[in-house]
Design a protein around this ligand. Structure first.
Ligand code: APR
Ligand code: ZN
Ligand code: ZN
Length: 361
């Protein structure tokens, strides 16, 4: 039977979000209903509310979540009621040209639930990133549920569902950071901080954190940065070169998403080095670079969507490393809040006061 639960909905562009009652249908074939235990507040939720993603209001926000599978629909074999899962927005199809070539992390046809959750009056909701987890329960495709060790705290595990995975993956999957590499990370919020942590995990010899906010640089040091640069007072390109024998870093992760920080990343990398863009630009942004430099400096200019992660491969592994004390995922949880405090959390995120606020239910 369909259930009524409390959830955070954005009804109109720019309007404050509200807690309201939504209707969650029983899972159909290939679907699962998950009881949410924790869900992080991410910039993308705010972008939805501001109409920056599309205008399919009302949105059911929240997408960095962990919880317990409550019921599954017909034909679901990969998860069962009672499983502790992290929700993902890359439930791969297995059929598209990327999947068929053995590169499911680039899947072009990822699955979401087919049925829609609604408001009490029947208005269909658009769940953020096909998840919608600022809710007591949500409906997803079963492939969006990734089982992990239930010993992990839900607030910590849920963050792997988006930003923290994006940052770790930008370093270890897309940037291919390896033992002895020099790495610079420009922008050390939740995503860039995770890139610092991922680089340390991968054995980077030097990790240079760049930000305009000293609070973020202090956190980056705790996460493993060996050097910090405040780019409001120091030219980051020169500083990174000076710290790497005059050459530049092997891998530079851009975790802001702006043309000027991209240009810094481009010139702060060694010849034949790699730039990874994981920060998300806005539609009007343009980048101008001398084409001769693009050619002459060689190497790779890459983008990282969701850290090029494969949830089934990466989530359980990262949770296991966390439980072994080798990956401090807890450092990203700045505060835990109630469902009705998402609007205030947007405000704190906007002011750079937090890495992540996490709703705990
Ligand atoms: N140079 C260096 N750092 C900067 C600059 C700049 N010009 N402008 C902003 N920053 C820093 C901020 O001080 C902050 O620490 O970048 C960081 C951004 O972090 P958050 O606001 O916490 O955002 P985060 O969740 O890390 O996401 C970063 O990735 O997923 C995308 O949409 C997201 O584009 C955003 C980016
Ligand atoms: Zn596919
Ligand atoms: Zn997110």
């Amino acid at each position: 039977m369909a259930q009524q639960v409390k959830a955070v909905v954005a009804r109109a562009k720019g309007a404050p979000v509200e807690v309201t009652t939504i209707v969650v249908p029983d899972p159909g074939p290939g679907e699962a209903v998950v009881r949410i235990q924790a869900c992080g507040v991410c910039h993308t939720d705010l972008h939805y509310r501001e109409g920056g993603i599309n205008d399919e209001f009302p949105f059911l926000l929240g997408h960095e979540a962990a919880g317990i599978v409550e019921t599954v629909g017909e034909g679901v074999t990969e998860v069962a009621p009672g499983d502790f899962v992290v929700l993902n927005w890359r439930a791969v199809c297995g059929q598209c040209r990327a999947c068929r070539r053995g590169r499911p992390q680039y899947c072009f046809d990822t699955h979401n639930a087919k049925q829609r959750m609604t408001l009490l009056d029947g208005t269909e909701l658009s769940p953020a990133l096909g998840i919608g987890a600022f809710a007591e329960k949500t409906l997803v495709a079963a492939g969006q549920c990734t089982k992990v060790d239930p010993a992990a705290s839900p607030a910590v595990a849920g963050l792997l569902g988006c930003g923290v995975m994006a940052g770790i993956g930008a370093a270890i999957n897309t940037g291919n950071v390896g033992r002895g590499d020099t790495v610079a990370v420009i922008g050390c919020g939740g995503v860039g901080g995770a890139a610092v942590l991922g680089s340390r995990l991968a054995g980077a010899a030097k990790i240079i954190a760049v930000d305009i906010d000293d609070r973020k640089l202090a956190t980056a040091e705790k996460l493993g940065a060996t050097h910090t640069v405040n780019s409001t007072t120091t030219d980051p390109v020169e500083a990174i070169r000076a710290l790497t024998g005059g050459h530049g870093a092997d891998v530079v992760v851009e975790a802001v998403g702006r043309p000027e920080t991209y240009r810094q990343a481009f010139y702060a990398r060694d010849l034949a080095g790699t730039v990874v863009l994981v920060g998300v630009p806005t539609p009007e942004m343009q980048l101008e670079l001398p084409l001769l430099d693009v050619f002459g400096r060689g190497g790779a200019l890459k983008s990282s969507w969701y850290g090029d992660c494969l949830p089934s491969r990466d989530f359980p592994m990262l949770i296991d490393l966390h439980l072994q004390g080798r990956l401090d995922l807890g450092a990203f949880v700045s505060e835990t809040i109630e469902l009705d405090a998402v609007e205030q959390a947007f405000e704190r995120m906007h002011h750079g006061d937090v890495l992540r606020s996490v709703v705990v239910l």
